[in-house]
Ligand binder design. Structure first.
Ligand SMILES: Cc1cc2nc3c(=O)[nH]c(=O)nc-3n(C[C@H](O)[C@H](O)[C@H](O)COP(=O)(O)OP(=O)(O)OC[C@H]3O[C@@H](n4cnc5c(N)ncnc54)[C@H](O)[C@@H]3O)c2cc1C
Length: 381
């Protein structure tokens, strides 16, 4: 069922080699300083990684879901900068993909070629100080004035905001209508009334910039509405399912890399006159890491197959996101334990993977929300 084609294997190998050679400059320093690797972003654009969900007519290099997951897993294996990969995924799935799916021809032509080329970076603005998991309780408003909308409010935790050129922003025209009052807008960074706040300091994914975004009588042409007025909820739900399907594919590669390092370390590290791997407590931990990696891998590629078959993926996407994110965290904890105090140091780089992994339980819907979604699909509530 999961035999890859020769082309997919070649893509995996070349992406791993590219990522290892081109995307790991100054990773310890960038993590410490919270620096976004702009030059690495451009290198990703050059080899087509920013064009994966974008049709060729707009400069993209579209692939099916399984092939995309193969490339992302390889990226996670070769690139040790999880923040860069996270920013790239946010751009692809929460920025470019909804424009491909819901954009007008003019919007696609305006944004997609530049997004593929690395010239325009996208950010997605839904979360607000008062609405996170309960996303449709948002209070940012959009009031129509002739051929424009006036946007007022603020968004928080916006990935890429400090470096973004365009924001996909959700706002309500009528709070009483709940999700039916929500619309989506493409707002350029230089639009008067839009202000990007100070960068938010985070425990992990520190190379992926994040900030608040404020809208103060921000005038947006009606032509920047994405989809029809009132379609914001459908666009957001589609986008989140897409994002949660792909955003953790690189974590499979990171977990595989960490497991290989742990096995090599456990074999070479000697205590009490023998390798620590000779202790069952250590070898069982490594087996459990492998088991969690493989079970997440199977769930994710099952999801990829389901996407490619055109069948609904609500349950599969929630389960895969839940499994990979939780296993990524446990894998990070295990990697530190196997490395002892060395694992607790920045130099050994496994502590960073744990800090980065913890965010996976929160973004694109928390683990609790994934369980709620799965429960709904099982007919429980
Ligand atoms: C690294 C990172 C990047 C992000 N990037 C973006 C971005 O680009 N754009 C954007 O719009 N947002 C972004 N977010 C925000 C993210 O979408 C929210 O953090 C998420 O939706 C949860 O909202 P919250 O943090 O306000 O938590 P809350 O919703 O306040 O939840 C707090 C706790 O309560 C639990 N909880 C809440 N409701 C329920 C329920 N009904 N059942 C069970 N448990 C519940 C949650 O699971 C959580 O454990 C990002 C977050 C992170 C960490």
């Amino acid at each position: 069922m999961f035999e890859f084609t020769a082309e997919q294997i070649a893509l995996r190998d070349s992406t791993e080699r590219f990522a290892q050679a081109e995307l790991n400059d100054e990773i310890l320093k960038n993590d410490a300083d919270g620096t976004f690797a702009r030059a690495a972003w451009q290198r990703c654009a050059k080899i087509g990684l920013l064009g994966m969900p974008i049709p060729a007519v707009y400069g993209g290099s579209p692939t099916d879901a399984v092939t995309t997951m193969v490339a992302l897993e390889a990226l996670g294996y070769g690139c040790r900068d999880n923040g860069l990969i996270f920013s790239l995924n946010a751009h692809l799935w929460a920025g470019a993909s909804p424009i491909v799916k819901f954009g007008t021809e003019a919007q696609r032509e305006r944004y997609l070629p530049a997004m593929c080329a690395g010239e325009i970076i996208a950010a997605h603005g839904m979360s607000e100080p008062g609405s996170g998991s309960d996303a449709f309780a948002l209070s940012t408003t959009a009031v129509r004035r002739g051929d424009r909308y006036l946007i007022n409010g603020s968004k928080t935790f916006i990935t890429n905001a400090p470096v973004a050129d365009v924001f996909l922003v959700f706002a309500t025209s009528d709070r009483k209508r709940g999700f039916a009052g929500v619309s989506a807008f493409l707002i350029d960074r230089d639009t008067p009334g839009l202000r990007v706040g100070e960068a938010i300091t985070k425990m992990g994914l520190r190379t992926s910039p994040m900030s608040e975004v404020y809208f103060d009588d921000c005038e947006v042409p009606a032509a920047n509405l994405l989809g029809p007025e009132g379609a914001g909820a459908a666009i957001f739900n589609w986008t989140m399912e897409r994002e949660r399907s792909f955003i953790l594919a690189p974590a499979l590669g990171t977990m595989r890399r960490d497991l290989e390092r742990c096995i090599a370390y456990a074999r070479s590290r000697k205590q009490f006159g023998r390798s620590i791997s000779a202790n069952q407590a250590v070898s069982h931990r490594l087996v459990d890491m492998k088991l969690r990696l493989d079970s997440s891998w199977l769930l994710l590629y099952r999801l990829g197959r389901t996407i490619d078959s055109g069948r609904p993926t609500g349950l599969e996407a929630a389960l895969a996101k839940l499994s990979v994110s939780e296993n990524f965290v446990q894998s990070g904890l295990d990697a530190i334990q196997v490395h002892g105090a060395y694992g607790y140091t920045a130099e050994y780089e496994v502590e960073r993977d744990l800090r980065d992994a913890l965010a996976g339980r929160l973004y694109s819907g928390t683990s609790e929300i994934q369980r709620n979604l799965a429960a709904r699909h099982l007919g429980l509530h």
